[in-house]
Design a protein around this ligand. Sequence first.
Ligand code: GLY
Length: 426
Amino acid sequence: MDVLIVGGGGREHALAWKLKQSPRIGKLYVAPGNGGTEALGCKNVAISVTDINALAKFASENNIGLTVVGPEEPLALGIVDLFKARDLRIFGPTKAAAQIESSKAFGKQLMKEANIPTAEHEVCSDFNQAISVVRRYTLPVVVKADGFAGGKGVYICKNFEEAEAALHTLFDVPGDVEHTVLIEQFLDGSELSIHAITDGTSFLMFPPSQDHKRALDGDLGKNTGGMGAICPVPWMPQGTPSFVEHRVIRAAFDAIRNYGIYFTGMLYPGILMTLNGPKVLEFNARFGDPECQVYMRLMKTDLLDLLEACVDGSIADRRIDWKYGYAISVVLASLGYPDAYKTGFKIEGIREAEIITEVVVFHGSTINDGELKTTGGRVLSVTAVGPTLKDAIDRAYEAVGKITFEGMQYRRDIGGTALKYDTTRS
Ligand code: GLY
């Protein structure tokens, strides 16, 4: 079967890497792809993820048997609705279902209706209203853009001035644009990413993973799209997966169905483990990045079979098998990310990195125009697996040490706090 992957980041490279292992895979196209997907033998297609009409035309003209959507933007634009209207098979939620992510306000509304534990919050549509909410909340507060921001429209504000500055950034945008901003009570705890794949009726849970959202070691610095992930999560309290399965995932699917919406694809709530139990920070309607990279390293099941079962409504008959051990992904970013950064720098050392046992380097923002160069913020995801978390961490960081590009920045503590909980540690 010929397959099209929509996207061009580390998540999509990881999906392509895993799909390539399916005995049933034919041609594998990635739009737009990157230097890594090209090196893997995929055909990169120069169509933007937001040009959903061109993507549908491409799928139709190239006899694509299945399209897999990576990022959130095409989902919010209705790529799944468009493909279905043209009888093209596609993995992902419809535009209505993707609102669970594309509108933070809608996500919060569902949480309220389904009694899903989350932080106290208010939805604001003008600056003055938002300021008065900030004054009523206990600091720190979280200021969030309602729409997509790739994890970067989230401001954790320690004082009133920071909150005011964040609100100016979100409200003072030129043009006649309507704004919705969420003010949320800050919660303290550790983040957990839970993924559930669904065909609209049944669902299967992935093992929990942990993203590291802040730019700097020790969970300091700005929020990013994600600087690294581990899977599984040894510090997770017993009973958490079952709690999340029933009180979050099933509850969310039931609540969205009350709107006449059937969610298919991947639902991934970002969860904060607080002293008062798990709280949902937000819902995402797709695979996380860099969580997908660790999942693909551990998944034993044929991904093509799994995605097709999801599209065809037969997920109830399936199970997902996982490798024993741990996976880690360390993101190598451009200097300045998540703020402004420069690109076009030569990348070296990937071959040497991949010689190390169980290391695979997924490309996030690269191009090969004769030599491999950086093109964006999150440049590479260096992944490794190992029988223990420590083995995985050691392998990944040894590999990181082989790679160079100008301004390369990364966290040195991915998986670090989890390490003392890994009882399989050697
Ligand atoms: N891991 C963060 C995200 O995918 O949004």
